[in-house]
Design a protein around this ligand. Structure first.
Ligand code: GCB
Length: 602
């Protein structure tokens, strides 16, 4: 695997991209012989040539679980195999280097090209790529094979357990509350770079008064005499700042910048410039490589009570979400992505948390573009056992996440984990180390850990910049008793603030609600109950805002989503304000009134 940058593949004067999305061959090994694919070298020939194996077609990107009618595929534990053929143009052999990039495979993946292993990657929801030039046949057909393993254990991110039923069938169990979808979840791309190429770009903006500065750092892989030029271009194609002196690291100054503002805080939210990064041959002056990096100019700062953007205090209002939909599971689906952003804007949210793992880069691009602020969460959800080996992987997941998202103006907070079991003493050293790790890579954004334990017992939130807590008053505790909510929320938020002296966000509250179920007076699971539960929380939030440390409210969840099978979940978790097919419940209209009213207060 390539350890440098992980820039998103983009076409340019010097780069080409081919999509490998489509229908791949798919085989599930015999459950009694889970490693037969490795033992019998399935990667050395087409899966179609396997005797005695049922080969089916599987769409990429998609989860494989809900595509067929076969429960053994839906609930499969272990390895599955994918392959397909593709053609590489002959002239690509002269371009320089050819790469393959997976935007995410859940979870562990091994990739072969024409029968040779080219890379392995372990953690889901994050991209990985490698150069495959020497493995390819140019001007001919090639084959890519992927082995994908969804097994979750004590030392995987996230953690899980595998048990065996009396019947001998393996069963994956996990404590997190979303279906353990697996497969090639996001696009797969083949792309080229020249021999000497731009490997990574890091930008850090800073804004003050009517000026902005952009610290940039370009990492280049080169053997020859190459010079680097950078220019910042606005939407009207004007060069607003540049450095043509060949420096790969420098500071651009922008007079009268157009700043990146969140949705509803400005009539023109999400403004981005293009940073054109170009490499030239020093002798001939020929353009060698070009990559266009989007840049939003904004500054974040925070103290014990306040979180600001471009000097203005922020109040974040949105939801936790999931990448989840019917049939495709966690597979990237652009109609769904755009529908979701339409709903986010309609409801007037200015933020959401990528609960409980990093979301697709296509989704993140649109958050940058529309000015939706993101609490970017790493995939280590519900950590229970604080093993050394897990800590190392937790840090890797953060390194990969920050490498991927470091340049995004939309990302305003790093979330190190959702609901880890931070009441245990081992959690203290563990999270100290996790938060120090984040800070060693990026000091420009605040950190948080989303806590579910009570204020008195948590060992972890000492190290973060912003306190986050989840609490289900009127649901898991005091179900049916909505009157207790305002005081419970107010007093708990104050306790968090008193103990840690940091700004506080309520990251989750909510009620499961079956669309179309009505009861007056309200009764749990009805649409009326969800609405009233929200109103009771709104009372608490309004009062907390006056205290000066409360900086955000996030309802759980944006939409209904699938979970593991259990008697508390009717067809999945129904705490969405939208249904799984993305239509509003009454609660969505109710939230819309509040979020638009909040927007008027900035
Ligand atoms: C939580 C979890 C979330 C669950 C939610 C619930 O605290 O963070 O993943 O879906 O509660 O509805 O139980």
């Amino acid at each position: 695997i390539h350890l440098g940058g992980i820039l998103f593949p983009k076409e340019s004067e010097t780069r080409q991209v081919i999509s490998l999305d489509g229908l791949w061959n798919f085989v599930v090994p015999n459950t009694r012989k889970p490693f037969e694919g490795f033992e019998d070298h399935w990667y050395k020939r087409s899966l179609n040539e396997l005797e005695d194996k049922k080969v089916i077609l599987m769409p990429v990107p998609s989860s494989y679980n809900d595509i067929t009618t076969d429960p053994s595929i839906r609930d499969h534990v272990g390895i599955v195999w994918y392959d397909r053929t593709f053609f590489v143009p002959k002239y690509w052999s002269d371009i320089g280097r050819t790469w393959i990039r997976f935007e995410s495979v859940s979870y562990a993946a091994q990739v072969w090209i024409n029968g040779q292993l080219v890379m392995s990657h372990e953690i889901g929801h994050l991209p990985f790529h490698t150069e495959i030039t020497s493995f390819l046949k140019f001007g001919k057909e090639n084959r890519v094979t992927v082995a994908c393993d969804n097994t979750l254990l004590a030392d995987t991110i996230p953690q899980g357990k595998v048990g065996e039923l009396e019947t001998g069938r393996l069963v994956q169990s996990y404590t997190f509350d979303f279906f353990n979808y697996a497969g090639i979840h996001r696009p797969v791309k083949l792309y080229t770079t020249p021999k000497n190429y731009i490997d990574d770009i890091t930008v850090n903006p800073f804004v003050q008064d009517n000026k902005a500065w952009l610290d940039y750092n370009v990492s280049i892989i080169k053997n020859d005499n190459i010079t680097c030029r950078v220019s910042l271009i606005d939407k009207k194609d004007n060069v607003v700042a540049s450095n043509l002196d060949g420096e790969t690291h420098g500071l651009l100054t922008i007079e009268n910048p157009i700043l990146w503002w969140p949705y509803l805080m400005d009539p023109n939210p999400g403004y981005q410039y293009n940073l054109n990064v170009e490499l030239y041959d020093q002798i001939s002056g020929v353009l060698i490589d070009k990559y266009v990096q989007k840049v939003g100019l904004r500054s974040l700062s925070w103290d014990n009570t306040t979180f600001t953007i471009n000097g203005k205090p922020l109040y974040l209002h949105g939801f936790g979400r999931h990448e989840d939909s019917d049939i495709r599971g966690k597979g990237l689906d652009l109609p769904l992505v755009i529908r979701d952003y339409n709903l986010i804007q309609w409801v007037g949210a200015n933020a959401y948390r990528t609960s409980h793992y990093p979301y697709a880069e296509e989704i993140m691009d649109l958050a940058d573009e529309y000015g939706i602020m993101i609490i970017d969460e790493c995939p280590a959800v519900n950590t229970e056992f604080f093993l050394e080996t897990l800590l190392a992987k937790h840090k890797v997941s953060l390194t990969e996440l920050i490498k991927r998202d470091k340049n995004r103006p939309s990302v305003v907070i790093w979330s190190a984990s959702n609901e880890p079991r931070t009441q245990y003493t081992q959690a203290k050293e563990y999270f100290k180390s996790v938060i120090e790790h984040i800070k060693s890579i990026d000091k420009t954004r605040p950190t948080t850990i989303v806590e579910a334990q009570s204020v008195n017992v948590v060992q972890s939130s000492y190290f973060v910049d912003i306190i986050s807590f989840n609490r289900y008053n009127g649901w898991y505790s005091n179900g049916g008793n909505l009157d207790i909510i305002p005081n419970a929320v107010i007093s708990e938020a104050k306790e968090w603030n008193r103990k840690f002296n940091k700004p506080v966000i309520m990251q989750e509250y909510g009620a499961d609600t079956l669309e179309g179920l009505h009861f007056e007076p309200n009764y749990i699971w009805s649409e009326e109950y969800q609405v009233q539960l929200m109103s009771q929380h709104f009372k608490a939030f309004d009062s907390l805002r006056e205290e000066g440390f409360f900086i955000g409210e996030f309802i759980w969840n944006f939409a209904d989503f699938k979970t593991a099978q259990t008697y508390t979940r009717v067809g999945g978790n129904k705490k969405g304000i939208f249904t799984r097919s993305r239509q509003p419940k009454v609660s969505a209209h109710h939230l819309r009134q509040r979020y638009w009213a909040l927007a008027k207060s900035y």
